[in-house]
Ligand binder design. Structure first.
Ligand code: MG
Length: 271
């Protein structure tokens, strides 16, 4: 089921391809509701040492409740999230995670697959030359490998995420900027990406958490249409989603259904 604000949908009815870009979260937005998240996917893979899986679980059990604790102030939480981030990176380095493992893990459709209609959507955006920005607090290497494996790593797609760096094919560090769930914002866009988006002031945003709606930063609300996927804990979360999203897709929802309501999203079903 999809709930939406009629008024908002009619306001965007005249938006043109040349003035918009798409801004999407990755985990469980581009991938489906049942996919592993890019931070967790390795722990489900048979390709990594068991010790990594155990260590990672300890870390997760310690920090995940902090991430979910709404009573903590943002600064404190941010500090913990960064701590978690660096500890996990060090673990990937310690266990010598290879680029090959990342590439191979992304091919496992039991762990990660497209939301229904998402591949068609990306192909359609490519054909229409509409930029697609993927902003993720996950690990960008997985996003890239996943899109490449599915033949969707198009030149109109820009990935803003955390990237592992490799030396001789083995993880040895991380790029300078870190992106976690609390700092996702269009302020993270590089000058290169901004140049590609020049002249495009309207955004269609897709996310699966309330925090994802901050990806559009200070862009005025009349220039952003926010589409949220809510599949877990619907009764408890629906009110919070209603406050921040214009369109809410309840349960596992296909992009084809989204495009019936938000026409400009479009999907080309001819594969
Ligand atoms: Mg997500």
């Amino acid at each position: 089921m999809i709930i939406y604000d009629d008024k908002k949908i009619s306001q965007i009815a005249n938006w043109q391809d040349k003035e918009i870009y798409m801004l999407l979260d990755f985990d469980r937005t581009i991938t489906d509701t049942y996919s592993e998240m890019s931070w967790g996917i390795l722990s489900k893979s048979k390709l990594v040492p068991k010790e990594y899986r155990l260590d990672r679980e300890k870390l997760h059990n310690h920090y995940r409740p902090i991430e979910l604790d709404e009573s903590l102030d943002e600064e404190t939480k941010k500090k913990y999230m960064e701590e978690w981030f660096y500890k996990h990176i060090n673990m990937l380095i310690k266990y010598k995670i290879s680029k090959q493992i990342i590439d191979d893990t992304c091919k496992n459709l039991n762990l990660m697959k497209f939301r229904d209609g998402m591949k068609e959507f990306l192909i359609n955006m490519h054909k229409r030359k509409i930029p697609v920005v993927i902003m993720s607090a996950g690990i960008g290497n997985f996003i890239k490998a996943f899109l490449k494996y599915h033949h969707c790593l198009f030149d109109n797609i820009y990935i803003v995420s955390n990237f592992l760096e490799f030396k001789d094919g083995i993880a040895h560090g991380m790029g300078s900027n870190i992106i976690h769930s609390l700092n996702k914002s269009n302020e993270l866009l590089t000058d290169d990406i901004k140049a590609k988006l020049k002249g495009r002031h309207k955004i269609i945003l897709f996310g699966d958490t309330c925090a994802d709606t901050k990806m559009s930063g200070h862009v005025p609300s009349q220039n952003v249409l926010k589409i949220g996927f809510l599949a877990e804990n619907i009764d408890n979360n629906i009110d919070a989603y209603k406050k921040v999203y214009d369109v809410i897709c309840l349960g596992p929802t296909s992009m084809k259904d989204v495009s019936k309501i938000v026409k400009i999203v479009g999907c080309n079903y001819e594969m």
